[in-house]
Ligand binder design. Structure first.
Ligand SMILES: [Cu+2]
Length: 336
């Protein structure tokens, strides 16, 4: 069983690598803002990385690539980075260049140009990190926001409008969200609602998970795998949109605005999504308990036989076993 599983995973990984290499599949480019203690742990980003304690120095890594597939590209220009503190003051941060290990479009390992910036969390509430990144090759300007939350019940600042050229202002507080929650917001351009715009929604994967899931999508949806990587919705006339973030992880929502001097102006919001709370039970304990009880009953007739001479030989046990087996069968069916 275990060996089978390993073989399956290997096959998926191989299929994924071949597929990604052969088809050169593409989903959406995104500018990623991943908080981390070091560049060695940046790809293991979790929702908790977007939480800070008062006095923390928070370093955010700024990366460019396809989050879903874990594909990286070099950043072609220096991003402009700032943080809006809970009291409304805006601090410009210095973006420091570095290289980071990742995977290219063909599935080969490589190092890629990225940036990082740090700030001190000196106020309780929400610090909004804003990054503007221009990529001539992709003909795109990204205006990205991510929220660093600090302090119990200090839920202020996350919905701040920064006055960026392109900007998403959320209706839904972007932390304390679980898988399956709906994320809503308004896309703005030049301070006004951005109507009828494409909104792309995509979740980040660490490398192994990304390769595996891309391979799986290729197997299951060979006619259009990227339709599973990048989901699409639209803004209404008031610039509003909604989308269900159905898995735990780091999500990207990007609204496509107009083209200015050949560059599409896009607003992006990054949303960390937690696992379901309260946590789901690891194993169906009810089923295990039923199995144990069935086993006990099955062993019972053997002992009952010794009392056969005394009269009715435990006939009631048989229907009891049948009844329990039916329950087990139904539970198993439900699990599928
Ligand atoms: Cu892309």
């Amino acid at each position: 069983m275990k060996r089978e599983k390993v073989a399956t995973v290997a096959a998926i990984l191989l299929a994924g690598t071949l597929l990604a290499g052969a088809v050169g599949m593409a989903s959406a480019h995104f500018t990623m803002i991943f908080p981390s203690d070091s560049e060695d742990t940046v790809w293991g980003v979790t929702p908790e990385d977007y939480i800070a304690e008062l006095g923390d120095t928070k370093t955010v890594y700024i990366l460019w690539g396809h989050p879903y597939e874990h594909i990286s590209f070099d950043m072609a220009s220096v991003p402009k980075v700032s943080v809006r503190k809970p009291d409304g003051t805006v601090e410009q941060l210095t973006a420091e260049k570095l290289t980071i290990d990742s995977m290219d479009e063909d599935g080969n390992p490589g190092t890629f140009a990225a940036y990082k910036a740090s700030f001190t969390v000196d106020q309780r509430g929400d610090s909004v990190v804003a990054v503007k990144y221009e990529d001539e090759g992709e003909k795109l300007v990204d205006y990205v926001k991510a929220v660093i939350h600090c302090g119990e019940e200090e839920w202020s600042g996350w919905d701040a409008e920064l006055g960026e050229k392109a900007e998403i202002v959320p209706f839904t507080r972007p932390y304390g969200l679980e898988e399956g929650f709906v994320y809503t917001g308004t896309a703005l351009y030049d301070g006004s609602a951005l109507p009828d715009a494409d909104v792309e929604v995509e979740m980040y994967h660490p490398e192994a998970e990304g390769v595996a899931v891309v391979g799986k999508a290729g197997d299951m949806f060979p006619y259009d795998p990227p339709m599973m990587f990048t989901r699409v919705t639209k803004t209404n006339a008031a610039g509003e949109f909604a989308y269900t973030l159905d898995e735990p992880g780091i999500w990207f929502v990007g609204a496509y605005g107009p083209e200015v001097e050949g560059l599409t102006q896009r607003s992006v919001f990054i949303i960390p999504v937690l696992e379901a709370f309260p946590p789901k039970a690891a194993a169906p304990t009810g089923l295990e308990e039923l199995k144990t009880r069935v086993k006990a009953l099955e062993e019972k007739p053997a002992t009952e036989k010794t009392h056969a001479a005394e009269g009715a030989p435990g006939f009631g046990v048989i229907p009891a076993i049948l009844g329990l087996l039916t329950v087990v069968y139904m539970i198993k069916r439900k699990e599928r």
